[in-house]
Design a protein around this ligand. Structure first.
Ligand SMILES: CC(C)(COP(=O)(O)OP(=O)(O)OC[C@H]1O[C@@H](n2cnc3c(N)ncnc32)[C@H](O)[C@@H]1OP(=O)(O)O)[C@@H](O)C(=O)NCCC(=O)NCCS
Length: 170
């Protein structure tokens, strides 16, 4: 898969992406905004295992965000099942040196369209922590709408927090 955008190329993961991703992912400011399944510290072994697992899955739902063919982030969605098979949850992170250039908002809008088209979805959603104003803004820029504030719905780094539920309706 490859989506050529103005600010980045979103493409399939390659084994050779492991070193750059291990370097950029090893950042507490990224980890603090993601689920605990995202390792911290983040080692080269974690990067290799992530890429191996991602490449072995079908359909392919997680992609590298690349700039100048260097992997600088990840974006992916989890397809729901059964009666919720028209829905998917989307998630993403970007390397800190690349923040604030509109890269994620553009990638999010493109992958949202791709997921809807490929999997006949009617809904994509995300649930950033309430403190993550940058992610809320990225979702709004990509056309997502705030549906709910899920009060006291998560614990991160020992802190109970609300989550903001955003959705894009096809
Ligand atoms: C959230 C994240 C993906 C944003 O990536 P990015 O490429 O910098 O995002 P964009 O440049 O497309 O947009 C960022 C927007 O948030 C705004 N923003 C950034 N920090 C902000 C803050 N502290 N408060 C309010 N707005 C903020 C920017 O001004 C920009 O909006 P604008 O274009 O209207 O000025 C990146 O910061 C990241 O990887 N964070 C850690 C992981 C994470 O939070 N993942 C999402 C989990 S739900």
């Amino acid at each position: 898969m490859q989506l050529t955008l103005e600010r980045s190329v979103v493409r399939s993961w390659r084994a050779s992406d492991a070193e750059s991703i291990a370097r950029y992912a090893n950042n507490r400011k990224i980890w603090i905004n993601l689920r605990d399944a995202f390792p911290h510290p983040y080692s080269i072994h974690d990067a290799r295992e992530f890429i191996r697992a991602t490449r072995s899955r079908s359909p392919e739902t997680t992609f590298a965000i690349t700039v100048g063919d260097e992997a600088v982030g990840s974006i992916g969605f989890v397809l729901h099942r059964d009666v919720e098979r028209v829905s998917a949850e989307i998630g993403y992170w970007l390397a800190e040196p690349f923040w604030g250039r509109g890269i994620t908002a553009e990638a999010l809008a493109a992958v949202t369209k791709y997921a809807i088209r490929q999997h006949a979805l009617t809904r994509l959603f995300a649930v950033p922590f309430a403190w993550n104003t940058a992610s809320c803004r990225v979702l709004e820029k990509a056309g997502y709408v705030l549906e709910a504030r899920l009060r006291n719905s998560a614990v991160k780094d020992g802190k109970l927090t609300d989550q903001m539920q955003y959705a894009f309706i096809a």
